[in-house]
Design a protein around this ligand. Sequence first.
Ligand code: ATP
Ligand code: LTN
Length: 338
Amino acid sequence: MSNPPVKHKPRVFSGVQPTNALHIGNYLGAIRRWVQEQDQKENFYCVVDMHAITIPQDPETLRRKTRELAALYIACGLDPQKCVIFVQSHVREHAECCWIFNCITPIGWLERMTQYKSKAATQESVLTGLLDYPVLMAADILLYDADEVPVGEDQKQHVELTRDIAQRFNTLFGETFVVPQPVIPQSGARIRGFDDPSKKMSKSEAVNRGHAVLLTDSPDEIRRTIKRAVTDLGREIVFNEAPEKAGVNNLLEIYELLTAQRRPEIEAHFAGKGYGALKTEVAEVVVEGLRPIRERFDELMSNPDELDRILDDGAERARAVAAPKMKEIKRKVGFIVR
Ligand code: ATP
Ligand code: LTN
């Protein structure tokens, strides 16, 4: 009797830039799902420092933020035994592959990218790397033959470009790459800025005080931010998608995600209470929800040797996949492979 075919777990690749600390929106909308699904997938989670320098960075700050982001991945629950957690610049194949992709990617594809257009508009002098950003991202994903790429809505266009590059290479040089799928979280976990609930919470705005709760914030910082959260002039504490109720709705959604209580239960709990009480309770739920993350983060940051050892190991395991793939790519394009 023949063995049943081996069913491989889907391979997942995602990355975050080490520019600002992660906020509670990144956690509830993205990282927490990665953690929940890590047993069902083969996981590659990268700290994309090479992407970060497409906007000028202070070298020491970049180095610190790179370690901090890796520590946060682990503190949030990504298990280095189950996930390859690594730093992009530690695996040189990303840069090598990017160059080859540059040579099959028309500039017009890159000039159309909406993130490029909006970021370029904020820069006095636009760097070549900023235009090339999505090609490096394609190299990240395709080197690992990832099946799934969990990203926010804003990155969907980049994953589509990755698919175009994969298909173009496959057509030009023969079947080489898996064409990956973007995996965009369903609505429900779109956390909004506490200072302006009409906008989504984002890392780049987190420099403004009052905008976000960072995963590295102290309990007092968390309480202060949530106490100041913008709400409205009403008094009803119910789930309500209307734009004028976005502030209260945001607080309730955070409460829901962290307590896993059902909406009617939550509404009954807050019935008759004021916004002040809502904020106090949400703040405590956030403080307690983030406490284990912060404790694990502090532990990892106080032991940089241990963290660097995890990242070395991650780089080795990433290279074990990326290096043979890179050889195949070089052979296909006609390089002499040593
Ligand atoms: P930036 O301001 O630098 O674009 P960001 O905060 O939007 O940063 P990203 O690095 O783009 O974060 O995204 C990391 C992950 O966090 C993505 O998978 C994205 O879906 C998720 N995410 C980002 N912001 C939110 C949010 N406000 N609510 C839910 N999920 C979010
Ligand atoms: N551009 C992404 C970060 C990123 C990424 C990747 C995401 C770089 N390489 C590969 C998924 C897969 C961002 O800004 N969120």
